[in-house]
Design a protein around this ligand. Structure first.
Ligand SMILES: NC(=O)c1ccc[n+]([C@@H]2O[C@H](COP(=O)([O-])OP(=O)(O)OC[C@H]3O[C@@H](n4cnc5c(N)ncnc54)[C@H](O)[C@@H]3O)[C@@H](O)[C@H]2O)c1
Length: 359
């Protein structure tokens, strides 16, 4: 296929991320030859396309099981994983069969976890259908489910065999979902690829049009960044931390808002906060702080938060699994494309940065 982009993720197990249009046929081509049976895990929003995928795979002589799972976070529950294991158990699903995660990040997180745990690991193809899934969740091998105590507390690092990003699936994605995912895309622009920011500044409508070429370019650039980072640091022991730009405060906001805010919206405020923090710490110039605000505003993403929540947010950030030995760590920018870590900034500096992003 001429219009196919192939981006390789290396590391403990190498795999390709394919990007293009009308790509559902590539799912079958990506399966290992030993596979006789596949389990397609998908939410109801994708049931029509899941049937198309099933027909395509059946046409190759494969046995296809469909598991329709609840929407969004409701899918990331142990009961839903158990439902998938039951479907596999009843159909004698062996180690040479394969799981396909077909949906947004919630679905691919669940599908990855099911694939990682069934018979201690079966082949997995991720087919993300949201912008966030394509540029983030489906790449890098982090899989997992939530528990009553918190999000993503149970899971495994488990590399897929391939990731297939069919850009046509984005055509049915609600506009608010698409725009929320831009939080992560803007993050890639600031930490690693200024061209992404130029695209958004030049023509935000073109940059967010799922049918157009600019968004494709942006998606491929974003995937290249994520692929490069996770290739070097599969288990998040170093470089991968830069992907948390905006996430320390962002996660605390998500927690405070009881996960009623979209992830991209929460990290949008989180990025504004660390931009202000880097500026007050003498690292980042004021113009780049304003550039964060302008770009995030142009996407309709929030750049302010509630002033009375600071103590609650601070306590949540201190409990964050990524703070080390009780010390707060923030990914900040020295300049665009040059992230660094700010450890244990002074409380007054943190509060002043927060005030700068308050309503
Ligand atoms: N594993 C990782 O590294 C990683 C990274 C980032 C996020 N995540 C996880 O990803 C999840 C969020 O992912 P998300 O933003 O994709 O949300 P999501 O999976 O909840 O999907 C958003 C909504 O869009 C619907 N949908 C999906 N594709 C569609 C399509 N093509 N057309 C119409 N509707 C469609 C879904 O059914 C859902 O209602 C969170 O659980 C988060 O923890 C994981």
């Amino acid at each position: 296929m001429s219009d196919l982009t192939r981006i390789t993720v290396t590391g403990p197990e190498a795999y390709d991320v394919l990007v293009g249009r009308a790509l559902l046929t590539e799912v079958g081509n990506s399966l290992p030859k030993t596979v006789a049976k596949v389990l397609v895990i998908h939410p109801s929003a994708l049931s029509v396309s899941a049937n198309v995928l099933r027909d395509e795979l059946q046409g190759r002589g494969l046995e296809v099981l469909l598991a329709e799972v609840p929407d969004s976070e409701e899918a990331k529950r142990v009961e839903v994983a158990a439902f998938c294991w039951e479907v596999m158990g009843k159909s004698d699903f062996t180690r040479t069969d394969a799981v396909i995660g077909f949906g947004g990040g919630a679905t691919t997180d669940l599908a990855g976890f099911v694939a990682a745990t069934w018979l201690r690991g079966v082949p997995l193809i991720q087919v993300p259908t949201t912008l966030l899934g394509m540029v983030d969740a489906a790449i890098g091998g982090k899989t997992g489910i939530n528990t009553a105590e918190g999000k993503n507390l149970v899971g495994a690092f488990y590399a897929p065999t391939a990731v297939v990003c069919d850009l046509d699936t984005l055509l049915t994605l609600p506009r608010n979902e698409l725009l929320a995912s831009f939080g992560e895309v803007v993050k890639y622009g600031f930490i690693a690829d200024e061209q992404i920011l130029h695209f958004l500044e030049e023509d935000v409508a073109a940059a967010t049009d799922p049918a157009g070429p600019v968004l494709r370019d942006i998606i491929e650039r974003s995937i290249r960044i994520k692929a490069r980072v996770v290739s070097e640091d599969f288990k998040e022991s170093g470089l991968r931390e830069i992907l948390n730009y905006g996430h320390t405060l962002g996660h605390a906001i998500e927690h405070t808002e009881r996960y009623q805010w979209r992830h991209g919206a929460a990290i949008s405020v989180g990025m504004m906060f660390v931009a202000e923090l880097a500026h007050l710490a003498g690292k980042l110039d004021e113009a780049t702080v304003q550039r964060h605000r302008r770009i995030l505003d142009s996407l309709g993403l929030p750049t302010t938060y509630k002033v009375d929540r600071w103590q609650q947010l601070l306590a949540t950030m201190q409990r964050d699994k990524k703070s080390r030995a009780g010390q707060l760590r923030f990914v900040v920018l020295d300049r665009i494309g040059k992230p660094s870590i700010l450890t244990a900034p002074a409380p007054e500096l943190l509060f002043a940065s927060f005030q700068a992003v308050c309503e």
